[in-house]
Design a protein around this ligand. Structure first.
Ligand SMILES: *Cc1c(COP(=O)(O)O)cnc(C)c1O
Length: 398
C-alpha cells in the first residue's frame, strides 16, 4: 500500500508538480507573515480588502454574541436563521436588475453551490434528456458538478460561442444547461455573456454563470458581471461566491423563484450540509453594505486604477501578459521549472505570487497569477513592476 503512495508522491515531486502549504500568521492583506517571514503578497482573492475590514470583524463578533458560533443543523432542519433569510433577501435584491423577481439561496461555499446547482438542475428530467454545454476553462467545481449530474456534457472551446451555437443547434435534448465562469479564474478575461445569452434565448437553454471573481468588483453597485454587461433574463442562473471580494465565505445562487424552489428541494449539497454559522451571514451583511455603497465604489475605482498602473507599467521581453481587464493578471512563463524558479526568487526578494501549474492550467502555460487588491498601494504595485522586470532579464541569462 505505502509503496504505491511513495512512488506516486515521488513522481509528483520529480515532475515539479508537488504542492506545498504555506502558513500565514497575520490577517489577510498585502503584507503577510508567511512561515514566519514578512512578504508582500499579490496572492489572495480579497480584491477589495474586506477580509480584515474592521466593520466586518465587528459584525461577526456581534453575530456571534447574538447567535453563538454554530448553526446546529442544515437549513431545512433547524439551521436557517433570521440573518440567513436577511442575507438571501439582500442578495436577491442586488441581482433583481439582471434577473426578474430574483431570489437567492445561500450555500456554505462556491464549490458546493456549483455541485448542487448542476446536479440539481440536471435532475429536472431523465438523464438522457439533458445536456450540459461547458466552457473549456471552467473552474474545477463546475467540471465536477457536470460529472455529478451524470448527463451528456459537451465542452466548447474558450470563448468560442460559434462552436457553442453549433452544439446547441445539433442538440435534441429537452433540457440544455450552458455553464461558464463569468471571469476566468486563471486568465482574468470575461466570458462573452451577451452573445452566449442571446444563443441561450434562441435555443431555449438555461445560462448558468459562475461569477466567483466578478461579484463585488464588477458593475456599478458591485452586483457582478451581469450588471456590468447590462444583461437581464429569466433564463439566467447566477452563482456568486462570498469568500473572494466579499471577504468572508459562502456562496449564493440567484435565479427565478421557481428555480430556487427546485434547488431547495433537490440540490443535495444544500439539503445535506450543515448551514454555515449565522454570524458569518451577519458579517456578510456588513460586507454588502460596503460593496453597495460609496466605500465600495471608491474601492473599485482604486482597484481599477492599480490594474491600469500595472498594465501600463510592466514591459516584458519573453513572458506574456494576456489581455485581462480584471484584478486577475496572469503572467505566462511557460515551463513548470522556470515558473517555480521565478516564484522562489520572488520569495527571496520578499514578494509572494502564486505559481500556477498544470493541471490547473494547460500544459506549457505555467504562470504567476498576480492578483491585485484595492488594499495595495501604488508603491507596492511599483515594486511588483520593478521586481518582475528584473527577474525576467535575470532568468534570460541563465
Ligand atoms: C473559488 C471559485 C469557486 C469556489 O468557490 P469557494 O467559495 O471558494 O468554494 C468556484 N468557481 C470559481 C470560478 C472560483 O474561482
Amino acid at each position: 500500500m505505502f509503496e504505491i503512495l511513495d512512488a506516486q508522491l515521488n513522481r509528483q515531486k520529480a515532475d515539479g508538480l508537488q504542492r506545498v502549504l504555506k502558513t500565514v500568521s497575520s490577517p489577510c492583506g498585502p503584507e503577510l507573515v508567511v512561515d514566519g517571514k514578512p512578504l508582500l503578497a499579490f496572492a489572495s482573492n480579497d480584491y477589495l480588502g474586506l477580509a480584515a475590514h474592521p466593520a466586518l470583524t465587528e459584525a461577526l463578533v456581534r453575530g456571534a454574541q447574538q447567535y453563538g458560533v454554530g448553526s446546529g443543523a442544515s437549513h431545512l432542519v433547524s439551521g436557517h436563521y433570521l440573518v440567513h433569510a436577511k442575507l438571501e433577501q439582500r442578495l436577491g435584491s442586488m441581482l433583481s436588475g439582471s434577473i426578474p423577481n430574483a431570489r437567492a439561496l445561500y450555500f456554505c461555499d462556491g464549490y458546493l453551490a456549483n455541485l448542487g446547482v448542476l446536479s440539481g438542475m440536471a435532475s429536472l428530467v431523465l438523464k438522457s434528456q439533458c445536456t450540459i454545454f461547458s466552457e473549456s476553462l471552467n473552474h474545477a467545481s463546475l467540471i465536477d458538478g457536470a460529472r455529478l449530474a451524470r448527463v451528456e456534457t459537451l465542452i466548447y472551446p474558450h470563448n468560442d460561442y460559434a462552436a457553442l451555437e453549433r452544439q446547441l443547434q445539433a442538440s435534441r435534448s429537452k433540457l440544455k444547461l450552458v455553464v461558464t465562469d463569468g471571469v476566468f479564474s486563471m486568465d482574468g478575461d470575461l466570458a462573452p455573456l451577451k452573445q452566449i445569452l442571446a444563443l441561450c434565448q434562441q435555443y431555449q437553454a438555461w445560462l448558468i454563470v459562475d461569477d466567483a471573481h466578478g461579484f463585488g468588483v464588477l458593475g456599478e453597485d458591485g452586483a457582478g458581471i451581469l450588471q456590468q454587461l447590462g444583461l437581464r433574463s429569466s433564463q439566467l442562473i447566477y452563482i456568486g461566491t462570498l469568500g473572494k471580494a466579499a471577504g468572508v465565505s459562502g456562496a449564493f445562487v440567484c435565479a427565478d423563484p421557481r428555480v430556487i424552489e427546485w434547488l431547495l428541494q433537490r440540490a443535495r449539497t444544500y439539503v445535506y450540509a450543515t448551514a454555515s454559522a449565522p454570524a458569518l451571514a451577519q458579517a456578510l451583511l456588513a460586507s454588502l453594505d460596503i460593496i453597495n455603497g460609496e466605500e465600495g465604489r471608491a474601492l473599485r475605482a482604486k482597484l481599477n486604477h492599480l490594474i491600469a498602473m500595472w498594465r501600463t507599467g510592466i514591459r516584458l521581453q519573453r513572458w506574456q501578459l494576456p489581455d485581462s481587464p480584471t484584478a486577475i493578471q496572469p503572467l505566462i512563463i511557460g515551463s513548470n521549472r522556470e515558473a517555480l524558479r521565478v516564484g522562489q526568487r520572488l520569495r527571496e526578494l520578499g514578494l509572494w505570487l502564486p505559481v500556477i501549474r498544470p493541471p490547473t492550467v494547460p500544459e506549457g502555460s505555467a504562470r504567476l497569477r498576480i492578483s491585485l487588491s484595492a488594499a495595495h498601494t501604488e508603491e507596492q504595485v511599483q515594486r511588483l513592476i520593478d521586481v518582475i522586470a528584473q527577474l525576467e532579464s535575470e532568468t534570460a541569462h541563465d
